[in-house]
Design a protein around this ligand. Structure first.
Ligand SMILES: C[S@@+](CC[C@H](N)C(=O)[O-])C[C@H]1O[C@@H](n2cnc3c(N)ncnc32)[C@H](O)[C@@H]1O
Length: 505
């Protein structure tokens, strides 16, 4: 996507390099934002947008596709409490790093929005609450025995100062409004409306007779004066800004195409969600539309301001910031999310991921990815599986349950179809990957992977773990001698030392 021209904000020259001596920008930090935020100084960012996953501290996998809430109220309440407890210290940190002139946007939905509002009032101050934005997230649908819930809530607060960045946004007038109010068209087809050119008592040279182009003399309405001097009226007439009624009364033209539109209100139903056919879709279930983030950034930041997203998922806020020439900082606890967004910034924004270029203000960097065995032992199993599968150049399994013993698949390059074959023929040629975040994989693990290979009739399969028992290795040999099928047993160390993960990230 081409870089969108910064449409609003002060027209500061876009600097190359660090805009702030206080913080590094164009950095994605991988890690818990509570720890990462503590490393940032006070009052260093201009705009914060967050879209935290509901219930994140309970069930890690919900990030990848939360299904509709079906739990009882008691369960929901307990988890809402846990969610608020999880979010509170993070919001305190976010408030600390926000400049007084800055803005804070919190994106959530009905699960916890009322509790979030109370918490934010306590942290940011009730007086700094500016708006509750309702974003219509999906089209109408039926929810069983209740109204269809089709909107998200975005709370907008400011940083506590008496002034903050505000660039008013506008939406186009409705067709009904333009047809009713802009009823006239000029010779070129431009729509306009007209307004009175008389006034109560403006003072100055305003009680003359005005001569129309066809020579008629016109006076202002009874008891009124012209709103402009004769000289000014002449100038406006010459510029084609006056429309004459049949009576000869001059009226001032207001062209529709010179109007900014309707000032944006708090109900946003003009931005479509990211759905399966969307161009920008990356397959990240909670991905928010770029247009939504661009609107927020345009309204509440200027060129070169620093935007922080501390739950940045697949990096929508970061891409919006790049498109609008803002500086940015992203934080996400998931290494998979960090890799997805790094790829997005490289592919979509053509921004190089390169330490040297970043040092001279031209690229971006990802910090604190778990690249050591010790770190990889600590990440959640689901993240570990993703890490290993992607490191091997495979495609992770979407389903985390019912994966039938397959965590990912490798489609070998050699399997690219010959010309005459159907273009998806190579999809039949794949190798299964099994991942276990275990110190030592034993023979029973290998036995079950062998069963998968037999069932799927695969000639080769990959196993990833920290180490293998001697029994497991003997079984792999025996399996090959018996069936001719090979299992490649890789350790995390093998992958790290070859830096496969980095190359494929
Ligand atoms: C709802 S998603 C954000 C989606 C994002 N707005 C987008 O458009 O792609 C929430 C993200 O928060 C991340 N997350 C959850 N807990 C976190 C934590 N403690 N620190 C940092 N990131 C966290 C998750 O990994 C997930 O990627």
């Amino acid at each position: 996507m081409a870089k969108k021209k910064a449409a609003s904000g002060s027209k500061k020259a876009v600097q190359v390099g660090r805009p702030s001596a206080l913080v590094d920008t164009r950095v994605i930090y991988c890690g818990d934002n509570l720890d990462q935020l503590k490393r940032l100084p006070d009052e260093c960012v201009d705009l914060i947008y967050i879209d935290p996953p509901f219930n994140s501290n309970r069930d890690y996998e919900v990030f990848w596709g939360e299904t509709r809430e079906k739990r009882s109220f008691a369960d929901r309440h307990a988890s809402t409490q846990a969610y608020i407890e999880f979010m509170r210290p993070r919001c305190v940190e976010l408030h600390r790093v926000l400049k007084k002139t800055g803005s804070f946007y919190y994106h959530c939905d009905w699960h916890a929005s009322h509790y979030v509002k109370v918490m934010l009032d306590q942290i940011l101050g009730e007086n700094n609450f500016q708006n509750e934005i309702v974003w219509k997230r999906s089209s109408a649908h039926s929810d069983s025995k209740r109204y269809g819930a089709n909107h998200d809530t975005i709370f907008f607060y400011t940083g506590g100062g008496s002034k903050w960045v505000w660039n008013e946004q506008f939406t186009p007038y409705s067709q009904e409004y333009t047809e009713q109010n802009y009823r006239y068209k000029d010779a070129k087809g431009r729509r306009f409306r007209v307004s009175d050119m008389t006034a109560n008592k403006p003072g100055g040279d305003v009680s003359y007779d005005w001569t129309t182009p066809d020579g008629r003399k016109v006076k202002p309405y009874k008891g009124r004066y012209w709103a402009y001097s004769k000289e000014k009226m002449k100038q406006m007439d010459e510029a084609g800004q006056i429309y004459y009624r049949t009576t000869g009364m001059p009226m001032l033209k207001h062209y529709l195409d010179e109007m900014p539109g309707v000032a944006l209100q708090t109900f946003w139903d003009d931005i479509k969600p990211v759905i399966s056919g969307s161009k920008e879709r990356l397959g990240y279930p909670t991905q928010k539309p770029l247009a939504l983030l661009e609107r927020i950034l345009e309204a509440s930041s200027n060129v070169n301001d620093i935007v922080l997203d501390a739950f940045c998922g697949c990096g929508t806020a970061l891409v919006a910031a790049e498109n609008l020439d803002r500086q940015w900082i992203g934080i996400d606890v998931s290494p998979t999310a960090c890799r997805v967004m790094a790829k997005r910034l490289r592919d979509v924004c053509k921004l190089p991921e390169d330490e040297k270029l970043w040092r001279i203000g031209r690229g971006f960097v990802v910090r604190d990815l778990p690249w050591t065995e010790k770190q990889l032992r600590k990440i959640p199993p689901f993240e570990f599986e993703n890490w290993a599968v992607i490191a091997l150049g495979g495609i992770p399994n979407k389903a985390q349950v019912g994966d039938m013993g397959i965590d990912g698949r490798i489609f070998p390059v050699s399997a690219t179809p010959k010309k005459k074959e159907g273009h998806l023929a190579f999809m039949d040629d794949w190798y299964p990957i099994q991942v276990k975040q275990k110190d030592k994989v034993g023979r029973p693990d290998i036995d079950s992977f062998e069963a998968v290979m037999m069932r799927e009739d695969r000639t080769k399969g990959f196993f990833v773990s920290f180490d293998y028992s001697a029994d497991a290795m003997t079984e792999i040999d025996a399996f090959f001698r018996k069936t001719g099928k090979s299992i490649i047993a890789l350790t995390v160390k093998d992958i790290l030392e070859e830096q496969i993960a980095y190359k494929l990230a």
